[in-house]
Design a binder for this molecule. Structure first.
Ligand code: SF4
Length: 226
């Protein structure tokens, strides 16, 4: 009688992944900034640059323009000058100016606090209806500024989740985003996001992941593949 092939070990569940990666890397507690527009601008500035550079650009922006009204009234060149430390300043300054104009048109008082109590899907839709704001940016604003359970899926989160078999490797990013968010309890979203980013940066690199020392090695379906 032919032998049955050995059953593959079960995949790690999101809760197990969080517990293991929390233990491996530690994790700062979630602290909502309560500043959704600040977070929206910071997320725009953080595209294609390091946290350090985008933080510096944001610092200089608010130093030069203490209010959003002043930033909106300024010439684009002045914004470009202020955010130069964040890289891609010519492009980002135009985007930022257009973003501020659109937000101001919809909310003349610049107050986006209503996103905290709006149904989550409506809040996402409101943000992504702003020109240039995608699901990842919207999720950053909702999670980091307002503590809402929206999952930003960046390159690290997507890569690690796919390697761990939580979503199929070929699933497009937008579908992976929805699938991952739906498998998390609301109080797991922040931890999952932060832990997978840490794991992607420190261990599960895009090229040459350090599988030998990986705390998820035992049940990772990628062993011997990547
Ligand atoms: S075992 Fe390797 S591929 Fe799997 S999660 Fe760990 S580092 Fe990534």
């Amino acid at each position: 009688m032919p032998r049955k092939p050995a059953a593959a070990p079960p995949l790690w569940s999101p809760a197990e992944i969080i517990a293991i990666l929390d233990e491996a890397y530690g994790r700062a507690p979630q602290q909502a900034s309560r500043a959704p527009l600040f977070e929206l601008v910071l997320t725009l500035l953080s595209q294609h640059t390091s946290d350090h550079n985008s933080g510096e650009a944001m610092h200089r922006l608010v130093e030069r323009f203490p209010t959003w009204d002043e930033a909106l009234a300024a010439p684009v060149e002045a914004i470009e000058d202020a955010i130069r430390a964040g890289g891609l300043a010519p492009t980002k300054s135009k985007r930022l100016h257009a973003l501020l104009a659109e937000v101001h048109e919809r909310r003349p008082d610049w107050n986006l606090d209503f996103l905290e109590t709006m149904p989550l899907e409506d809040a996402k839709a409101w943000l992504t209806s702003i020109n240039g704001v995608g699901p990842k940016t919207a999720a950053c604003v909702l999670l980091f500024a307002l503590g809402r359970p929206a999952l930003p899926v960046d390159t690290h989160v997507e890569r690690v989740a796919k390697r761990l078999g939580l979503v199929p490797a070929k699933m497009p990013a937008d579908k992976a985003h929805a699938a991952l968010e739906s498998m998390l309890a609301p109080d797991e979203v922040y931890a999952f996001h932060v832990d997978l980013i840490q794991h992607g940066r420190r261990t599960c690199h895009a090229r040459g992941p350090k599988c030998e020392g990986c705390p998820l090695l035992e049940r990772c379906p990628q062993v011997g593949v990547v």
